[in-house]
Design a protein. Structure first.
Length: 386
């Protein structure tokens, strides 16, 4: 529900931008993108593409708000999504039903496959970024059977889809990042002083969305245990609760700041940082700690940290081990606070180990460049024509 191009951020939206950029550069296909409108798009250079075409739905106009209110009133529990998403889908469908595309690629919305299949559409491909389709999902058999191909972002997600029915049409296409953007630089426009740290501080970075599933609360608990033992250790929290929500704090962020009051001189919450500036901030850190407490489908922030040459501590969660097994310290989620404490102390006390991990991280990250991701994405789709 965020716009393409990704002017408001969003992991899925950035990944879509990557394969659209690849398509524009290589002139592979004529692609029409349906997306919510945002005023930041108006002068965006990607709109000039001669192979990627954009059809926008203004979901925030006065007319749209009134229509959504009416839809909310008549919204049925039989609908797959909430009224806001259902409204967007119907607006897209008004144009979609007039067109004749070779394939419809559904980004992370298995419910759209259900809705389209009930209206007679058969050329459906699902690009699945989350654990949204498995043997207990709503209408899972109808959705599974309606799809020509299911592209999953990790073998973990593939395994969950395979719980419906193992099938060759389920294929993993690993995500990618912009390795030119995420790579160590000789200088940076931001410094320790920029965020209020000293040059000799040992900086841990947490990067990503801030919510209960991401393990930031547990990381702060670990720092509270270490506050006397490792006085030089500081934490930079890079991100906000929802994409470009730079100013507003939710209850969870306020609870984290309350918990950290005794060590507030050791923690900086940067708030939302524009995506193109994230590498500059990551480069300030000595290590990254990304202690996800849920089954992460992939973990783009893990790849970004590795690409920046950061020794990494993370958790055995979902698809994360597929990305960094052998180059990161991966801890179990059971007894997580003590596990994080032990791992942080280990890296703090072992500069040579950090140096080797940094080198291995950069090497491993080369597997996840955006061009390889886009190439594999289109190759998987083109197999349907063989």
């Amino acid at each position: 529900m965020l716009p393409i191009p990704a002017v408001q951020g969003g992991a899925v939206e950035n990944l879509i931008d990557f394969y659209l950029e690849y398509n524009n550069n290589n002139k592979l296909h004529e692609i029409t993108v349906y997306s919510p409108w945002n005023a930041k798009i108006k002068t965006h250079p990607t709109l000039s593409s001669d192979v990627n075409h954009y059809h926008y739905i203004n979901v925030n106009s006065l007319k749209a708000k009134i229509e959504r209110r009416l839809l909310k009133f008549f919204h049925s529990s039989k609908d797959y999504y909430n009224y806001f998403i259902e409204y967007y889908f119907e607006k897209v469908y008004e144009d979609l039903k007039k067109q004749d595309y070779d394939y419809l690629i559904l980004e992370n919305c298995p419910g759209y496959a259900y809705k389209l299949s009930q209206r007679g559409h058969k050329k459906l491909i699902l690009h699945l970024h989350n654990n949204l389709l498995h043997s207990t999902s709503r209408y899972h058999e109808i959705i599974f059977n309606s799809l020509l191909k299911i592209l999953t972002v990790s073998d973990f997600v593939k395994g969950r889809v395979s719980s419906i029915q193992p099938d060759s049409k389920i294929q993993t296409v690993l995500n990618g990042i912009d390795l030119k953007r995420f790579s160590p630089k000789s200088n940076s426009p931001v410094s320790h002083k920029t965020i209020g740290f000293r040059d000799d501080d040992f900086v841990i970075v947490y990067s990503g969305r801030i919510n209960k599933d991401k393990g930031l609360s547990e990381l702060i608990d670990a720092l509270l245990l270490l506050k006397e033992r490792l006085s030089r250790v500081k934490l930079m929290v890079l991100g906000s609760s929802f994409f470009d929500n730079a100013k507003n704090e939710d209850d969870f962020i306020r609870s984290l700041k309350e918990k950290a009051k005794n060590i507030e001189d050791k923690i900086v919450f940067t708030g939302f940082i524009p995506y193109n500036q994230v590498p500059d901030y990551l480069q300030l850190a000595d290590i990254a700690v990304l202690p996800s407490m849920w089954d992460e489908p992939f973990g783009l922030t893990v790849v970004e940290a590795m690409a920046m040459g950061l020794p990494l501590i993370t958790t055995r969660s979902g698809g994360i081990p597929e990305i960094c097994e052998g180059v990161a310290t991966i801890v179990d989620r059971d007894n997580i606070v003590n596990n994080l404490t032990t791992a942080i102390v280990d890296l703090y006390n072992n500069p040579e180990k950090r140096k080797q991990m940094a080198k291995s991280s950069i090497e491993r990250a080369q597997l996840f460049d955006k061009e390889t991701y886009a190439e594999h994405f289109f190759a998987a789709i083109e197999e349907l024509n063989e």
